[in-house]
Design a binder for this molecule. Structure first.
Ligand SMILES: [Zn+2]
Length: 139
């Protein structure tokens, strides 16, 4: 037996509609009840931007994606909290925030390094890094 969610009438297990009120057991309302909560879009963006910001540290662009990941992560966390369980992705948002902090933190660390060192070239493109390493190897 299955109980109609609308009127509580007990129907046969094979019934597609309620025998009392006619409500469909395959309607969008029923499906929504058993569907997993949607992953918040901002949480997905935060995670992707957070991941991207790690390799971008080498190009001095990690802070841009990092800061955006933090902002999106905070928005996601807020929206998920307000959704009362219909939205998921809290962990995803958190990872995005952490990776974003690493991206921004690395940029700050590189800035401090650049300020302290006489060699101002901190962020090297892969090509210039290769040249740098070759020069080091030749010396
Ligand atoms: Zn019913």
């Amino acid at each position: 037996m299955k109980r109609c969610p609308k009127c509580n009438f007990l129907n046969e297990d094979f019934a597609a509609t309620c025998g009392s009120c006619g409500a469909s057991f395959f309607g969008p309302g029923i499906i929504r009840k058993f569907k997993d909560p949607n992953t918040n879009l901002y949480a997905k963006y935060a995670l992707v931007l957070g991941i991207i910001s790690i390799p971008l540290i080498y190009l001095c662009l990690g802070w841009i994606t990092g800061a955006t990941a933090i902002a999106f992560g905070i928005v996601a966390k807020y929206k998920i909290k307000k959704s009362q369980g219909t939205q998921a992705g809290g962990t995803m948002a958190m990872i995005g925030i952490v990776l974003g902090i690493i991206g921004v933190g690395a940029a700050v660390a590189l800035l401090i390094y650049a300020a302290l060192m006489t060699d101002p070239v901190v962020c090297r493109l892969p090509e210039s890094l290769e040249i740098y390493l070759n020069e080091k190897g030749n010396n």
